[in-house]
Write a protein that binds this ligand. Structure first.
Ligand SMILES: NC(=O)c1ccc[n+]([C@@H]2O[C@H](COP(=O)([O-])OP(=O)(O)OC[C@H]3O[C@@H](n4cnc5c(N)ncnc54)[C@H](O)[C@@H]3O)[C@@H](O)[C@H]2O)c1
Length: 266
């Protein structure tokens, strides 16, 4: 659906990795729901396209941000606050994904051939960076005004990958991805109790398999593992993300919300 059902007019939402498939959907939908949206991403084509799409919209701002760079993360809320907006929702959305690696023409080595540096690069972006963003929220925002953090995991955070469905595909599920996404939910539950008395909530969204021009064969294989029988549309993940970003989710903290068509329930 694309009709705004959630009122986000009291929300100023900061999103990492907002030029990607889901991030750009969140930006569009959140703007339509009345939020102020602060996009961020690595400089490049995705960032340029997002900025071009929302150019001239007074409710949209954009900051270059490499979430794996500690100094950049340490400065991000100072920059945003200094420019006059107070983010009260933060989405830890940026990640090294299988799709991203495929798009960059990166190979998917067998598990036995994965280098420690490849492993650590994924962990740095997918797990250490969400920690650094959260730590910066703690320093700059938490306790000063009510706020919420949404960490983005995956259906492969707490469920093992079905390796056979990737046979002959140009992309694979890689170990560091699932491990980093499990860790992200560990960060959620740890922080939820730590921040509660300072008026901040923390939740995890675990999207299922999102359709992004996958082959008919891949759709068939993954569809058999999903109760709904098909991949998700980006807007179907956004529906849940908008809810988690809204005041309506104010009494929810420390939870993982699976938006996966029933994949994790079987
Ligand atoms: N698409 C899916 O099927 C799916 C399923 C489950 C979970 N997710 C999760 O949802 C989130 C968004 O996924 P997506 O499908 O939009 O992926 P995507 O690959 O389209 O977008 C990821 C974005 O993160 C950005 N990014 C990567 N490294 C970065 C860095 N160091 N600093 C800043 N930005 C960086 C990329 O530039 C890109 O814009 C990710 O956390 C992903 O793991 C996606």
């Amino acid at each position: 659906m694309t009709e705004p059902v959630t009122d986000l007019s009291t929300r100023t939402i900061f999103i990492t990795g907002s030029g990607g498939v889901l991030g750009s959907t969140y930006v569009r939908r959140m703007l339509a729901a009345g939020a102020r949206v602060i996009g961020s991403d690595l400089p490049g084509a995705r960032a340029d396209a997002l900025q071009a799409t929302h150019e001239g919209n007074p409710n949209f701002r954009f900051y270059d941000l490499d979430v794996s760079d500690e100094a950049q993360v340490e400065g991000i809320f100072t920059r945003i606050l200094g420019d006059g907006w107070q983010p009260n929702v933060v989405l830890n959305n940026a990640a090294i994904t299988g799709e991203l690696l495929m798009g960059a023409g990166k190979p998917f080595p067998d598990f036995k051939d994965i280098s420690v540096s490849d492993w650590e690069r994924t962990m740095r972006t997918n797990l250490t960076a969400p920690f650094m963003i959260a730590r910066q929220m703690d320093r700059d925002i938490v306790g000063k005004y009510p706020c919420t953090l949404v960490n983005v995991a995956s259906m492969y955070a707490l469920n093992g990958a079905h390796h056979a469905i990737y046979e002959g595909m140009p992309f694979k599920n890689f170990a560091a991805y699932g491990v980093s996404k499990a860790g992200v939910h560990g960060l959620t539950v740890w922080l939820a109790g730590y921040w509660a008395e300072r008026g901040a909530t923390v939740n995890t969204i675990a999207p299922g398999a999102v359709f992004n021009n996958h082959s008919e064969e891949f759709q068939r294989r993954v569809g058999e593992l999903i109760m709904a029988g098909r991949m998700a549309k980006p807007d179907e993940i956004a529906d849940a993300m908008l809810f988690l970003a809204s005041p309506a989710a104010g009494y929810i903290t420390g939870q993982m919300i699976n938006v996966d068509g029933g994949f994790s329930a079987w």
